[in-house]
Design a protein around this ligand. Structure first.
Ligand code: SAH
Length: 175
């Protein structure tokens, strides 16, 4: 993230959750940039809003209490996105039945692909170990393996010696 995000950039935190990434991104883009954050859980939005206010970062962040699949409606028209991050699965310590889902995750990814700046990246941390996670991971992989290599570079990065189902990272960069 810190390699591709500069002050003044527009970035998206597609799964705000505990808000750590939102705060981190707000610092990277600075007061001239903007972070758009999404979460379907009200408590995630409220806690993150408080954390941002405590660090006086709230002016450079717009939090939306709705799914990331609404990103195209929320982002101002003609805005290009330098970086979008998805932390898939459920929120640790929260309700484990509230998970990201294949249809809405894909809708958001596709909407963001259309808005990505040249060299901009979409980063996904993919969790396949919980119920429903494998289906989502497969849907995301199916989509990404089919992306035109002249338009996007897609990379996968992950542990190859861990037991259970460790998360892995997917990154889509626009050429
Ligand atoms: N698995 C990660 C954390 C994922 S948090 C880890 O272990 O660190 C995922 C967050 O996405 C949750 O806060 C959840 O409420 C949120 N979420 C679920 N569906 C969503 C959607 N359609 N749009 C935006 N956020 C969503």
């Amino acid at each position: 993230m810190n390699q591709s995000v500069d002050p003044g950039d527009t970035v998206v935190d597609a799964t705000v959750g505990n808000g750590h990434d939102t705060v981190y991104l707000a610092k990277l883009v600075g007061p001239s940039g903007h972070v758009y954050g999404f979460d379907i859980q009200k408590t995630a939005i409220e806690h993150t809003q408080q954390a941002l206010q405590a660090e006086r970062l709230d002016h450079q962040v717009t939090l939306t209490h709705a799914g990331h699949e609404t990103v195209a409606q929320v982002l101002p028209e003609a805005t290009t996105v330098k970086c979008a991050i998805f932390n898939l699965g459920y929120l640790p310590g929260g309700d484990k039945t509230i998970i990201t889902k294949p249809t809405t995750t894909l809708a958001a990814i596709q909407a963001l692909e259309a808005r990505l700046a040249t060299n901009g990246v979409i980063i996904l941390l993919v969790y396949a170990g919980h119920p429903g996670g494998d289906k989502e991971a497969q849907a995301v992989l199916d989509h990404m393996t089919q992306l035109d290599q002249h338009q996007f570079q897609v990379l996968q990065y992950g542990f190859i010696n861990q037991v259970h189902t460790p998360p892995y990272l997917l990154a889509i960069q626009k050429r």
